[in-house]
Design a protein around this ligand. Structure first.
Ligand SMILES: Cc1cc2nc3c(=O)[nH]c(=O)nc-3n(C[C@H](O)[C@H](O)[C@H](O)COP(=O)(O)O)c2cc1C
Length: 390
């Protein structure tokens, strides 16, 4: 029901996001979109690029007088760094000298450089790395912010926090409260809600920086007020957990995704894992005494908070030398880089929120549909009434 695509190279002129399927009459808060982009740019351990870019979105289509039209929404984010790359990244043919400038024939371990160059038959890995760079995720966040605005109209909200940097982690049994998530400010460098752990996380990043190394970690995304019934058990590709896993796994450097307690349940007994069911006469709703399942059973949301954790590897560009082989000469060399991010876990949490928002918005559109917000909200409230009267 909801389609989204991004286009754009890391040092190209701009990034583009296209989102299709949003009903007409949704009021768009443009400051909210820009604030989401700003949140993605933060975090301790970001490199020089984020100092150059001050992302803002220019909406090109699909919105008139502040409200959606139901037509595709096109958005553009300028790359300020383009100024320094106009020849290198020109879409038109340039002289051989300019074309050879910033050519990359030395593939970095942990990046797409080598596999992508072999697959697309390129002798310049720049033709691969420019697109595989996580700069692209700025456009995902632009699309995700529209999805979040749609979900907010249904009262569904999504936030995230950092749960570990390297070996420094929140306690295993820690369950974050919504108010703690809301208290994370834009300039919070760790995006961790416990001050002592946050300070230790920053120290961990500083230590990695000093050692010329990089460091990974985990982030958790929480979606609240998600009604029972998004996603479906009826086919493998309609299961909400599967869709969320794919969406979060698609974020650069994410290597594992958990729903709820995730991998820990494989090592626990059944009685320690499953969430017992209760009923509230006052609220006229079923609820769970615990939420270890992370709000999804059998591929369907069960009305509890949806909780998704993403695991990031340490980013691959590091000062410490790693062995590699030149693609042209086949000579071995040591891959070593000076300017890069050290840790991107806090930023990845924000990107994760966008990916979760896009999946939930798609699931909500599939269930409640409608060409206009009025139609969608009618369907939505009618369904909530049906569940209350069950
Ligand atoms: C927000 C964000 C920023 C990133 N910045 C960098 C970076 O500065 N340098 C780097 O080597 N990798 C960086 N990465 C990771 C790479 O993009 C990623 O490892 C690479 O594209 C290979 O993809 P894979 O790790 O998913 O296999 C970043 C990832 C994210 C999520």
């Amino acid at each position: 029901m909801l389609l989204f695509r991004t286009a754009g190279e890391s040092h190209g002129q701009s990034l583009i996001a296209l989102i299709e399927g949003i009903p007409a009459h949704l009021l768009i808060d443009f400051d909210f979109i820009d604030n989401e982009l700003k949140r993605r740019q933060g975090g301790y351990g970001r490199g020089g690029r984020m100092k150059i870019e001050k992302d803002r979105v220019e909406v090109l289509s699909g919105i008139r007088h502040g409200r959606t039209l139901g037509s595709p929404i096109g958005m553009l984010i300028e790359n300020k760094d383009w100024e320094n790359w106009q020849d290198v990244m020109s879409v038109r043919e340039v002289l051989e000298d300019a074309a050879a400038k910033r050519r990359v024939t030395r593939p970095r371990p942990g990046h797409t450089d080598l596999a992508g160059s072999l697959k697309f038959d390129q002798i310049d890995a720049r033709n691969i790395l420019e697109r595989s760079s996580a700069r692209e995720t700025a456009a995902r966040v632009a699309a995700g912010s529209i999805a979040k605005i749609l979900l907010k109209a249904l009262d569904i909200e999504i936030l995230s926090h950092t749960t570990a940097i390297g070996g420094v982690a929140l306690p295993d049994d820690f369950r974050v409260e919504w108010s703690q998530l809301e208290s994370i400010r834009n300039d919070d460098v760790s995006r961790c809600v416990i001050p002592d752990v946050a300070a230790a996380m920053v120290e961990e990043i500083q230590k990695a920086q000093k050692d010329g190394d990089t460091i990974g970690g985990t982030f958790e995304i929480v979606a609240r007020n998600v009604p029972t019934g998004l996603g479906s058990h009826t086919a493998w590709d309609t299961r909400l957990d599967g869709k969320l896993a794919q969406a979060v796994m698609s974020i650069n450097a994410v290597k594992a995704v958990e729903i709820g307690r995730g991998v820990a349940v494989a090592r626990a007994m059944g009685s320690e894992v499953h969430d017992e069911i209760a009923y509230s006469e006052i609220e006229r709703r079923f609820y769970r005494l615990t939420n270890r399942a992370g709000g999804i059973e059998g591929g369907i949301s069960n009305g509890e908070e949806i909780r998704v954790t993403g695991y990031l590897k340490p980013i691959p560009t590091l000062k410490k030398a790693l062995r590699s082989v030149d693609m042209i000469t086949k000579e071995p060399f040591l891959a070593q880089h000076e300017r890069s991010d050290t840790c991107t876990v806090p930023a990845a949490g924000v990107i994760g929120e966008s990916m979760v928002a896009l999946v939930l918005a798609d699931a909500a559109l599939t269930k409640f549909g409608g060409d206009s917000m009025g139609e969608m909200l009618r369907n939505y409230h009618g369904y909530l009434e049906q569940v209350r009267n069950y």
